[in-house]
Design a binder for this molecule. Structure first.
Ligand SMILES: [Zn+2]
Length: 232
């Protein structure tokens, strides 16, 4: 394997890799990701709240209907001619009246509770919308800072990519394929020199048999960090 050409390719690629890393780890970009998540969460929350509000409104309408029916019963009862009520049925009539009025009281209480629920949901909904809007606004701010950084690095990165395309032509295709696969997995540097008896990247000590294998085959993938150790 021609280590020299791939190392010179890697040297140029290192600059590109560092720029890519600096963009990937940019705090503004991280902030954008977090804010995106916040916006998504609040969207989900507001749709949950809409569902809750729908349920409570349905309960409320059902309750209103019940109250109306009971009140109608009550009116009908109270409207009946008292003179005509059988004296023996007076107690029963009083009990019926009490039952109706306590039913109405209970339903009224439930109605108040449901109205409170709706107000709570509405307040929560407004809070959620505010969180969503704030997140969107903040996102724009951090996004524009990040975009400016991308715009600044882009010409250098494009130039490096052009150089790499030229350098690639002198690298053995099989080596290039290994290199690109490792780099895609964010293993960088891909090729590292043997450092004493250890991997030049992660410094894991190699066994005696691994060392002799490396010496005979010239390269050996590190079992720990998956870089390719070379020996020369
Ligand atoms: Zn290693």
């Amino acid at each position: 394997m021609d280590i020299k050409t791939i190392l010179s390719y890697q040297e140029t690629d290192k600059k590109l890799y560092q720029m890519e890393q600096s963009l990937a780890k940019d705090p503004n970009k991280q902030r954008c990701n977090d804010l995106n998540q916040t916006a998504r969460d609040s969207q989900q929350k507001s749709s949950q709240l809409e569902d809750q509000a729908g349920t409570v409104l349905r309960e409320l309408n059902e309750l209103k209907k019940n109250i109306k029916t009971i009140k109608a019963h009550g009116d009908e009862f109270l409207g009946s001619d008292v003179e005509k009520i059988d004296i023996e049925k007076i107690d029963e009539a009083i009990m019926k009246k009490d039952r109706i009025s306590s039913n109405i009281t209970a339903l009224d209480k439930k109605l108040t509770k449901l109205a409170e629920n709706i107000n709570q949901i509405l307040a929560e909904f407004n809070r959620t919308i505010k969180i969503y809007n704030d997140a969107k606004l903040q996102y724009q701010k951090f996004k524009s800072i990040y975009d400016a950084k991308v715009k600044e690095l882009e010409p250098q990165m494009n130039e490096l990519k052009k150089q790499l395309l030229v350098l690639e032509k002198s690298v053995d295709p099989k080596t290039m394929e290994i290199y690109k696969r490792k780099r895609n997995d964010r293993i960088f540097p891909v090729f590292v020199q043997l450092h004493g008896n250890a991997c030049g990247r992660c410094r894991m000590e190699l066994s005696a048999s691994a060392i002799s294998k490396l010496k005979s085959e010239q390269i050996l993938p590190c079992e720990n960090c998956r870089s390719i150790i070379y020996f020369n």
